[in-house]
Each structure stands twice: as structure tokens, then as C-alpha cells.
Design a protein. Structure first.
Length: 277
């Protein structure tokens, strides 16, 4: 699940450094277990997402699996949210709400799940085709995944949060001519669901908060085929593109190590990277 960027925090990046927790090896191990479970939930969805299936049914599968493995769905009850996962279809950017409407052939859907296992949060999302995916949608999915991975590659000691955003924006907008959503961002996590640092997916090299070993956060770019404008519907959750263009998102939870970055939410079955379908 994403959060909206707090501009006041970014205007005071130096101050924000002192509010960021630097975690030890025991915390890394906790995040590995939580991240693996979250990834397993998304692995389950690969064979289930198909025309005629409802997102409400997918939500129930995720709920049952999480509870059966001794964990808790982090989104259920969070700020009044009433479901286990978010399901964002086609032009929905993020925070789409599971419903009884069947998925249709040609749809693309993002499934976003966060689990709490032994107090640690594992937060991740992937894109799924529904039946036959159109070429334009397939290209958007590929570019969005590559954008996330370029952002992750920039996450290492000595770099900054701005380096992550620049890696994503320079590829998605500069090379591929898509748009990076500005309204939502990645976030710190660990024992707390949403905390510092916030990770915006655009930016300038060297700007923002310096990255240090022990930081945990999500990298989760939302990329639109059209403009980057977004609006939130009256339900208070569902964010859609203003121009109704397709949107895609991928998300991993990561930790900064002494030498680079560790992905906590990698798929145990290798189903992270499209075309895993």
C-alpha cells in the first residue's frame, strides 16, 4: 500500500534523517520471513487471475492463506479499509477495492498485499494479465517492472532517495515516454507499516535523504501511459488516472545493507518478473 508524499518532510530532509530507524541483523531476518510470506500470497494469484474471477474471491484467498501461516493482513482495518489486498484494474493507479464484479479478458490488475508476521511488515505488489493482454499494456507492465528494478539498483549506501527517484524517472519518462505518478510514494516500514523515509519515484541525483545500512523501505513506482495526473474517487481509497489511461505498478520491500540492497519480497518461485504468466 502506498502513501502520499509529505512535501514538508522533503523540504527538511536533514531533519528527517534523525527519525529513521537503522535496523540490525535480527530485524533483517524478521523482514525476510514477512517478505517471503507476502511474496507467496502473490505467487498464489498467478494461476487464479483469469476472466470471470472476482477480485473479492482473490481477496478471500489471500486472507485465508495469511491467517493459515500465522500472520495478519496489515491492510484489514487500516484507516477503516475493509479488505486484505488492494486490486487496481486498468486505469486504477492504486488502492483499488476488491469487489464482486468479474474480471474481463484483456484487463490488467495490480494486486498489493501487506502481511504482519511476528510484528514485521512484508509489503509487495505485482501486475497480472487477465486472459490475453494487449501489446500496449504488456509494454507498460514491462517498463514499470524495469523502472522498479532500476530504482532498487540505485538503493545503496552513499546514494540518496533522490538517486532512486531519478533512476526511475529518467528511464520511465526520459527513455520510454510514460509518466511517473507524483501523488503517491514508497515508504519506510518494519515494525511500523508506514514511516520514514518516504520514497518518491522521481527526483534529482544527490537530493533527498542519504541512504544508510539498516534502512527499510518500499520502492513501488506507479507508471501511466498518459499523463501523471491522478484523482481519488469518493470512496476515499481508489486512485485513478485523470485521463483514464492505463496505469501499472510493481512493489518490493527492501533493506539497505553494508554493500548494497536486499529485496525482502522476492518470489520463492521466481515469479517476480514478467512474463511470469
Amino acid at each position: 500500500m502506498t502513501v502520499a508524499p509529505d512535501t514538508e518532510i522533503f523540504d527538511t530532509a536533514r531533519k528527517a534523517q534523525f527519525a529513521i530507524t537503522l535496523h540490525d541483523e535480527a530485524a533483517f531476518e524478521g523482514m525476510r520471513k514477512a517478505g517471503r510470506l507476502a511474496a507467496e500470497v502473490l505467487d498464489l494469484m498467478v494461476d487464479l487471475v483469469k476472466p470471470g474471477v472476482t477480485t473479492a474471491a482473490l481477496d478471500k484467498v489471500a486472507y485465508d492463506y495469511i491467517l493459515a501461516h500465522g500472520a495478519t493482513p496489515a491492510c484489514l482495518g487500516y484507516r477503516g479499509y475493509r479488505h486484505t489486498v488492494c486490486t487496481s484494474i486498468n486505469h486504477v493507479v492504486c488502492h483499488g477495492i476488491p469487489a464482486d464484479k468479474p474480471l474481463r479478458d484483456g484487463d490488467v490488475v495490480n494486486i498489493d498485499v501487506t502481511v504482519i508476521l511476528d510484528g514485521w511488515h512484508g509489503d509487495t505488489s505485482r501486475m497480472y494479465p487477465v486472459g490475453e493482454m494487449k501489446l500496449k499494456a504488456a509494454r507498460l507492465v514491462d517498463v514499470t517492472y524495469e523502472s522498479m528494478m532500476r530504482g532498487i539498483a540505485a538503493a545503496k549506501p552513499g546514494n540518496t532517495t533522490g538517486d532512486i527517484g531519478h533512476a526511475i524517472q529518467s528511464y520511465a519518462e526520459g527513455q520510454e515516454r510514460f509518466s511517473v505518478v507524483r501523488d503517491f510514494c514508497g515508504h519506510g516500514l518494519g515494525k511500523i507499516f508506514h514511516t520514514l523515509p518516504n520514497i518518491v519515484h522521481y527526483g534529482k541525483p544527490g537530493h533527498g535523504v542519504p541512504l544508510k545500512p539498516g534502512m527499510f523501505f518500499t520502492i513501488e513506482p506507479m507508471i501511466n501511459i498518459g499523463g501523471y495526473g491522478v484523482k481519488v474517487l469518493n470512496d476515499g481509497w481508489t486512485a485513478v488516472t485523470r485521463d483514464r489511461s492505463l496505469s501499472a505498478q510493481f512493489e518490493h520491500s527492501v533493506g539497505i545493507t553494508e554493500t548494497g540492497v536486499e529485496i525482502f519480497t522476492a518470489s520463492p518461485k521466481g515469479l517476480d518478473k514478467p512474463p511470469y504468466f
